[in-house]
Design a protein around this ligand. Structure first.
Ligand code: ZN
Length: 415
C-alpha cells in the first residue's frame, strides 16, 4: 500500500531557497534535455550509457538524483515543465525528530541541504501515519519547493493464538498474566525486579558523583559518565532478556501479548521513581514490538482506562491502591486484597479478551470460577454498539498504534 503527502517547507533562508530553486530548475531542464537524447536509444541501458557521463558533468548532481531523472525520463511520455526530484533514505536523504522536523536533501555530492518542515495538518497526518506503521523511504522536492513524502505499508497476517498474555509495566517490575478465552487465569509471573533494585543503587551513586562533579572534579566527571554508560547497557540488556522471557512464555502458552498504549507513572511518585522508570517503558515497548514481529506473535495495544482500578474479583471500580500499602489493591466492594501489579496485568489481558468479537456478546466474564461484570473496564464513550465493548485504541482516539488485532505491519517494527 502506498500514499503520498505534501509537506510544506517552513521558514527557509533566502540563500537556501535560491539553492533549491536553482536546483529544481536545473533538474527540469536536464529532464527535458535527457528526453531528447532518449529517442535514439532502444534500451534503458543504452540510454544510460549514452547520457550518464555528459549529464553528470553538466549538472554535477548526486548520482542518485541523476538516476531518478533518468528513470523518470525513460518512463515519461513527453517533456515536462515541472519535475519532482526524489531523494532516498538513507543514501541522500535524512530525516530528523518530530519535535523539530527537518528533511535533509543531498542534491550535490557532499552538499546536503536541511529544510525545516511546517507543522501543519498535513505534517500531523504524516507523523500519525509513521506512528501507525507506515514508513517513508523516499521524499520528493517539487518544482514549487514543497516536499512530497512517499509512504508505504506492508501488512503481515499472523496466525491466531488461543490465549492472551497481559503485561503490566509498573515502577518495580514487569507483571504477567496469561488468560484463557474463557477468562481462566493460566499463569502469573514477574520479570525484571532486579532492574529496579540495581537502578536505585546506581541512582544513589550518581547523586554522590554529581556532588563531586559540581566541585570541579574531572575524575568524578569521568566516573559519572562511565556509570551512566554502564547503567544504560545494563538496562538495555536486561530489558532484552525480559522481553525474550515474555515472548517465549507467550509461545509456550499459545498466547498473544497485550500491553497498554501508554504508561503514566504516578505524578505523586518521588522524583527518583519518575527518573528511574520512565525510560524503560519505551525501550521495553520498542524491544517487545521487534521481538513479537520476529516470533510472529500478535501484539495488542489496549487503552489504559481503569486497568489499575478495576477489581477482577467482583468487577467494581475502586480507588486502586491500599492507602497503607501502595503495592496492594484493596477492593472496597468485595474486600479482596490482591497484588496491584498482578491485577493490572490481568486486567490488560481481560481488556484484550473483550476486544475479541466472539467473546464480547455478554457483559460478564468468567474469571476463576466467578462471573465478573466488565463494564468498569469500558470507557463510557466507547460503548457505541453492543457488539463492540471495548474499541481498539486506534479507532477510538484517532491515535493509531500500528497494531490491530491479528496483524501488524512489518515497517512499524523496523522503523
Ligand atoms: Zn472487588
Amino acid at each position: 500500500m502506498k500514499r503520498a503527502i505534501l509537506l510544506q517547507i517552513d521558514g527557509i533562508t533566502a540563500k537556501k531557497g535560491k539553492i533549491l530553486k536553482d536546483f529544481s530548475l536545473k533538474a527540469t531542464s536536464e529532464f527535458n534535455r535527457l528526453w531528447e537524447d532518449r529517442d535514439f536509444c532502444n534500451t534503458f541501458m543504452d540510454f544510460h550509457r549514452k547520457t550518464f557521463v555528459e549529464s553528470k558533468k553538466r549538472t554535477g548532481f548526486n548520482v542518485q538524483v541523476y538516476a531518478c531523472l533518468e528513470r523518470a525520463v525513460w518512463r515519461s511520455k513527453g517533456k515536462s515543465s515541472a519535475v519532482t526530484v526524489k531523494f532516498n533514505v538513507p543514501r541522500n536523504c535524512k530525516t530528523f525528530d518530530m519535535t523539530m522536523p527537518f528533511i535533509e536533501l543531498g542534491i550535490y555530492p557532499r552538499k546536503r541541504i536541511a529544510v525545516p518542515i511546517k507543522k501543519n495538518m498535513n505534517f500531523q497526518r504524516y507523523a500519525d501515519l509513521l506512528k501507525s506503521g507506515w514508513t517513508c523511504k523516499t521524499y520528493g522536492l517539487t518544482s514549487n519547493l514543497q516536499i512530497v513524502a512517499y509512504l508505504s505499508k506492508y501488512e503481515v497476517e499472523l496466525p491466531l493464538k488461543k490465549n492472551i498474555l497481559g503485561v503490566d509495566v509498573n515502577s518495580k517490575c514487569f507483571a504477567v498474566s496469561v488468560l484463557s478465552p474463557e477468562g481462566k487465569v493460566l499463569h502469573q509471573d514477574y520479570f525484571g525486579k532486579d532492574i529496579w533494585v540495581k537502578r536505585k543503587k546506581v541512582f544513589e551513586g550518581k547523586a554522590v558523583l554529581q556532588s563531586y562533579v559540581d566541585t570541579g572534579s574531572s575524575y568524578a566527571n569521568k566516573a559519572l559518565k562511565r556509570t551512566k554508560r554502564n547503567e544504560h547497557n545494563f538496562v538495555k540488556n536486561r530489558i532484552g532478556e525480559v522481553v525474550r522471557n515474555i515472548t517465549e512464555m507467550a509461545l509456550r502458552y499459545d498466547a498473544e501479548i497485550s500491553i497498554e498504549n501508554l504508561k503514566r507513572f504516578s505524578p505523586k511518585g518521588k522524583m527518583f521513581n519518575r527518573e528511574v522508570m520512565r525510560i524503560p517503558f519505551f525501550t521495553f515497548r520498542k524491544n517487545l514490538m521487534q521481538r513479537c514481529f520476529d516470533k510472529k506473535i500478535t501484539l495488542n495495544i489496549v487503552d489504559a482506562w481503569h486497568t489499575s482500578k478495576f477489581c477482577s474479583h467482583c468487577g467494581a471500580v475502586g480507588k486502586g491502591h491500599d492507602s497503607s500499602n501502595y503495592a496492594l489493591f484493596r477492593c472496597k466492594e468485595c474486600g479482596v486484597v490482591v497484588n496491584s501489579d498482578r491485577k493490572a496485568s490481568l486486567n490488560i489481558a481481560i481488556k484484550s479478551l473483550l476486544e475479541r468479537r466472539d467473546t464480547i456478546n455478554h457483559n460478564t466474564l468468567q474469571i476463576s470460577n466467578r462471573r465478573v461484570p466488565v463494564n468498569g473496564l469500558i470507557r463510557p464513550d466507547a460503548v457505541v454498539e453492543p457488539i463492540v465493548a471495548v474499541r481498539h485504541v486506534s479507532s477510538t482516539y484517532g491515535k493509531p498504534t500500528g497494531f490491530s488485532h491479528g496483524k501488524f505491519t512489518k515497517d512499524a517494527i523496523l522503523s
